[in-house]
Structures are given as structure tokens and as C-alpha cells.
Design a protein around this ligand. Sequence first.
Ligand code: SF4
Length: 335
Amino acid sequence: MPSTPEATCSPANNGVPLTVSNLRTYFFTSRGTVKAVDDVSFHLKKGECLCLVGESGCGKTVTALSLLRLFDSPPGAIVSGQACFHGEDLLRLPEEELRRIRGNKISMIFQDPQSSLNPVLRVGYQIEELIKVHRPVSDAEARARAVELMKAVGIPDAEKRSTDYPHQFSGGMKQRVMIAMALSCDPEILVADEPTTALDATIKANIIKIFKGLKESKNMSILFITHDFGVVAQIADRVTVMYAGKVAEAGTAEDIFYAPKHPYTVALINCLPDMSGGQGKLANIPGSPPSLVNPPSGCHFHPRCPKVMMDICPRVDPYETRISGEHVVFCHLYP
Ligand code: SF4
């Protein structure tokens, strides 16, 4: 739990169910302090999809896990920040109260459905159990709801398949089961951590379609974590780009795709394959993401940045500059 007192959450949310401010989640290890999430702020509006994007190890997943306090503590700890959900700070709620929200009002889908499902229990039973944890329903009602959810996420012959075990499902179908589980209590917010990464292109397209349908039909808010800008282009309303535990740039999907400002965002977009039939080489970003124990000084991106200004970038942490509306960037190119 955060060690320093923060301002209380405002109950008035104006259509913004979740507001995260200055979140810092560190891991205190024998090799040093890993600043996995370092002063990250964002908000999630009703019925929108916010994509958190960045290379592996940039802090996206730890940001999501921090909201529901789903990491090992120790060594991890939320050292400061606030995550206001309808006037309550998720980072400070007693464990008992947070358990009422987890899987109920805020659900999470993980990258690897294989390790998230219990291999020795029938999938229908696993969904039913989750429903019964949060709702006062009979076994028969829970069973009917589980089948209904399996149908809703496009599992054919759902009644019969609900009696199958996880190993009898393909990767894409297992991911659908995970989505059905996450939807079992009609959550207001769905946090999806790289839910399409392990899937092939066709299945990926189907899963994205399910997420879009949920947003539109249930007005659900989705926090979608991915490193894949191709997926972001298909699903995002707004985008927050992260690098080395910090926000680099944030804005609407149009801002990020049509007017990216941060050299890292520009580099990520340049890495997208050219679908116009060009024969050019695929671009890459030279170097690799830094260690979060000893990240580079100043702007953490400076050793890889093609626009680095040596008089300021390695020395001074970039501050937030508002470009327009919701478009903000953390880069010394924009004073
Ligand atoms: Fe590049 Fe400097 Fe901007 Fe960092 S602050 S992204 S190093 S120009």
C-alpha cells in the first residue's frame, strides 16, 4: 500500500469511472529497486477503450496489476499514487473491500489463458464458481449464466462444451473462455493484458471483434494492454504510450496515429509493416529497453533517441507538455 498520504478521491466522476494519478510501483530486490511504474497518470472514461502501449518491460502490465494489487508484496510495493474508482482509492482499500471489486466491478483477462484456467476442472464449472463468489445465485442459475456467457463470446455448442476441460479447447477458444469468465459479473471495467498476443491473425481479429462488441453493446470501459500498434489501430479510442515505467505520450487514437510527437511513438509507428505493397525494409528501434534498476538519466529514451539534445535530454527529466485537447507529450522537443 502507498506509504504517503494522498488527497481523497472525489466521488463525482463525470463519466470517468477510473482516474489514476502519479502511480509509482517499485520492486525492492537484492539487485536494487526496480521502478516498474514511475509516476504514471491516466483516466478511463465510460464506454471507451484506452490502450496502454509500449515494448515489453515498459511497465504496462505492472500498471494494470497495481490497480487490483495483484502482484507479490514484498518485493513489490505501491509507493505513491491514487487510483480513484467511484470515489474510492483502490490502492488504499482494505483487502476485503478490494476483493468485492476484483472480478466483479473490475475484471482482468491475462495474456496466457492456458495458465489462467485450472486444467482439472471443466470450463463451465470454473465460470459458475466465479459467478457464485459474487452473486447470490443457485447452482442452476449459475450454470445457465455460464452457458449464456460462453454463447455470447462465440463458443459454438456452448452447452456441451461447458462440460469439457481446458485442454479440449484451442488457444483462441480458451481465450474466449477467459473473456466469458471476466464478463461473468457484468464488470464496469475490463482490464485485458495482451489478450491477443499468443493468437494467430484470424483468431486475433475475432477476439478484437468481441472486445469492440462489448464496448458498444454494454458501454464497458476497457483498459487494453498491448505492444502491438496494429491491434491499437483497430480498437483504441485513446492511447497512452509508456517507456521505461513512464508515460511518453498520450492522446486520442487520431492524435497518436496521425500526429505523433514523441520520438518513441514515431519510432513505434514506423515499425508497423507497410501494407501498401512497398518493398522497403521493416524499420526497428535500435537498442533495447533499459534496465529499470538503473535507467538512463534524464529522459530514459535518450540513448535510443534520434533527436536527442545532449545539452538537456540526459540531464533533465522531461515534463508534460499539452499539445492540444487530450494530447500530451513528455519530451524536451516541446517546451
Ligand atoms: Fe528524445 Fe530528448 Fe525527447 Fe527524450 S526528451 S524523446 S531524448 S528529444
